[in-house]
Write a protein that binds this ligand. Sequence first.
Ligand code: C2E
Ligand code: CA
Length: 402
Amino acid sequence: MSTPENSLCKIYIVDDDDQQANLMQAMAKTIKLETEIYTSSIEFLKAPVNAHDIVILDLQMPEKDGIEIMRELASLNITPSFILVSGFDERVLHSAKQLAESKQLNVVSTLSKPFKAKEFITIIKKTHADCLEKYEQEQNKPLDIKNNNNAASIEELKLALRKHQLVIYFQPQVCFNTGKLHGAEVLVRWQHPEKGILLPDQFIPLAEKHELMNLLTEEILMLAIKEYKTVIASELDVKISINLSAQNVNDLSMPEKLEGLLKYNNIDPNAIVLEITESALMHKVSDSLDILNRLRMKGFSLSIDEFGTGYSSLVKLYQAPFTELKIDKHFILSSVADQDSTAIIKICILLANELKMKTVAEGVESKEISEHLQSLGCSIAQGNYIAKPMPTDEFIQWVKNM
Ligand code: C2E
Ligand code: CA
């Protein structure tokens, strides 16, 4: 075992093959990066690894293999950046990466043995630079964010609803082929009086846990209707997509309530797309099919959201009258570099075409992704490359400047 001089963002090499480990150490040294070698996985688990370190991890080892090491570190809440190395075929590496990510571990890269020195050096150089940058960013964060004081309580959220602190943003969706505006997704934000704008991930899980989603969705619908009227008044012809959660598709009277609300506000249900995740349809299938069919009959469009991440996707697609399929951004974000993601996207598009549904790619955050998705035949693009979610006045201006 040799000790590194650079103590910030340490690089650990964990490989039972000492020749291979020494080779990696020598390669890292050519770019002045020090590394620490462990040929025993049990010994490595005693090392003081932290979130800013890098672990080059061989998957196949005696004592404990790479998967077990990742599992143990995850259970201890230790989350360094991993570079996975394996002599197995690429699918094993890919699958190990997916497994790690499902445990919130960060796998920055994978390497199939034997690999070229240039490939290894490029990866380790970039990973080390990224880790240093992440470390510096974290040091510069205000103390309340570092301490994760942004977590809200359910009482605060109930108060926020009473005080109407929720706001909605619109994220445009454009047709890949024509570049024209297709619609916009309504995304909720919490304008917290002290903490600033909070994102849905910081309060929707809380609302779901405390069965507050019906109340929250009611508030979002009222806001969406109000803002949509402003959009229409600006003579924009656009559909809007609204997210529903599992608790909303359990209420059998929901289609009638929604229809009544829109009638009262003089809005045509044909202008509304309701987005529902696959996992929201897991329970009480007959009730959710009852609700979805009646929504469709009333003129609403239905989108199956985050497609590919839930369960029994094909069965749900076959049973329910969806008009649109939203390919999960997980696949879109990795599509350019990952052939497996591209394969899944191709199948989603094929399936949607067969079932006469539109396909929406969400997470289009670069020109490369946009061109790739267009070449695969996807119909609608949504993502930061097109435009970030924005308040109504900005959205109207954005469309007018198109
Ligand atoms: P979602 O339905 O998958 O919404 C898309 C999310 O992707 C949004 O995150 C959006 O800001 C983000 N996004 C858009 N373009 C890009 C991109 O190019 N790259 C990346 N990495 N991300 C992009 P947001 O607004 O934080 O919403 C997160 C989730 O919260 C939504 O995921 C949805 O499940 C939920 N959500 C948001 N608004 C509502 C709502 O009004 N009601 C309900 N029930 N859920 C909502
Ligand atoms: Ca959505």
